[in-house]
Design a protein. Structure first.
Length: 277
C-alpha cells in the first residue's frame, strides 16, 4: 500500500535518498545492515507517537531545534550514521507527519538492500521476499500467526524458524521487520512496499552509461571501476553508444543524472576510456 506523498514530501524523499547514498558510500555489509535496523527502529518510534511525528513535520521549527530533538530522542540509542540520516530527514520539509515514517521505512529497506548488494545477494533477496509473500498468501495458518495479535518477538522468531538458514540474512531481517510493523497494511501490501523499495535501490545501483564510441571489454571494466569508486559500492553498468556525447561519457542512475559528459567527478572514467584503445 504505497502512500501518495504530497509535493514537499516527494521532493524530500529524493533528498533523503541522497542522504542515504552518502551514508552507505564505502560501507560494509554489516554497517549497512546496522543502519537499516536503526532506521527501522526510528520509524517505529515515530509511528507510535503522533506528537513526535508532528514535531518532525512542523515547518515552523528551525533546523537547529529539530537537530536537538533528534539528539535528545535517539542520541543514546542510534549510531552516528543513523543519527546523521535521521537529522537530515527531520530538517527536510514534509507535507504530513506520516510521510516521515513512510520515508524512514523506505530508507531502512534500501539500506538493507545495500547490505545485500555488497554481499552480492540483492537478486536473491528480491526473489526470496517474493516467494515468501506467495507462501504466506497460500498458507492460512501461517498468515494468521504473522498478522494476528502476537508479540513482535514471537513473530520475529516465527519468521526465523520458517526461513531458517535457507534464506539470506537480509531476507530474514526484512521479513521480520515487515511482520512486526504492518501499520494497517495487509501483509501482501507490505511485501509489495518492500519489493518496490528494493527495486528503487536496484535502479540506483544501475549506471546507465552513454559513450561517444564503442569501447572494449577492458575499457568497460575500467569504467565500471571508476564509477564504483565514486559511488562507493558495487554497481551494474549498462552501456549505450551515442556519438552526440560531447565529453565522451554520460552517466545516469535511474532518472538522475549523476555525472554529465563534462563533469569533473567522472574525469577518471573519461581518462579510462581514453586509455588503451
Amino acid at each position: 500500500m504505497r502512500i501518495h506523498l504530497g509535493g514537499s514530501s516527494r521532493q524530500s524523499l529524493v533528498a533523503a535518498r541522497a542522504k542515504l547514498d552518502a551514508a552507505v558510500k564505502g560501507a560494509t555489509a554489516d554497517s549497512a545492515a546496522k543502519l537499516s535496523s536503526e532506521l527501522f527502529l526510528a520509524a517505529e518510534v515515530l509511528a507510535s507517537n503522533v506528537p513526535l511525528r508532528r514535531a518532525f513535520a512542523d515547518m515552523s521549527r528551525d533546523a537547529a531545534s529539530k537537530e536537538t530533538l533528534v539528539k535528545d530522542l535517539f542520541g543514546k540509542t542510534l549510531g552516528s550514521a543513523a543519527l546523521t540520516v535521521l537529522t537530515d530527514v527531520a530538517t527536510l520539509r514534509w507535507s504530513a507527519g506520516g510521510d516521515v515514517v513512510y520515508v524512514l521505512e523506505q530508507l531502512a529497506i534500501e539500506a538493507e538492500g545495500t547490505a545485500a548488494n555488497i554481499n552480492g545477494e540483492l537478486d536473491r533477496v528480491e526473489d526470496e521476499l517474493f516467494e515468501i509473500s506467495r507462501v504466506i498468501a497460500e498458507n492460512f495458518e501461517l498468515r494468521k500467526a504473522l498478522v494476528g495479535p502476537g508479540t513482535t518477538s514471537a513473530k520475529s522468531t516465527l519468521v526465523s524458524d520458517v526461513l531458517g538458514k535457507r534464506a539470506s540474512e537480509s531476507t530474514v531481517r526484512l521479513a521480520a521487520a515487515l511482520v512486526t510493523s504492518l501499520r494497517g497494511r495487509s501483509i501482501e501490501a507490505g511485501f509489495a512496499d518492500y519489493l518496490s523499495a528494493l527495486a528503487n535501490r536496484r535502479n540506483r545501483l544501475i549506471a546507465n552509461v552513454r559513450v561517444a564510441a564503442a569501447i572494449t571489454d577492458t575499457q568497460k571494466v575500467r569504467l565500471a571501476q571508476a564509477i564504483e569508486k565514486q559511488v562507493g559500492q558495487p554497481i551494474r553498468v549498462n552501456i549505450q553508444v551515442d556519438p552526440s556525447i560531447l565529453g565522451g561519457v554520460s552517466v545516469k542512475f535511474a532518472d538522475e543524472l549523476v555525472d554529465g559528459s563534462i563533469s569533473n567527478r567522472l574525469a577518471g572514467a573519461g581518462r579510462a576510456l581514453a586509455g588503451n584503445k
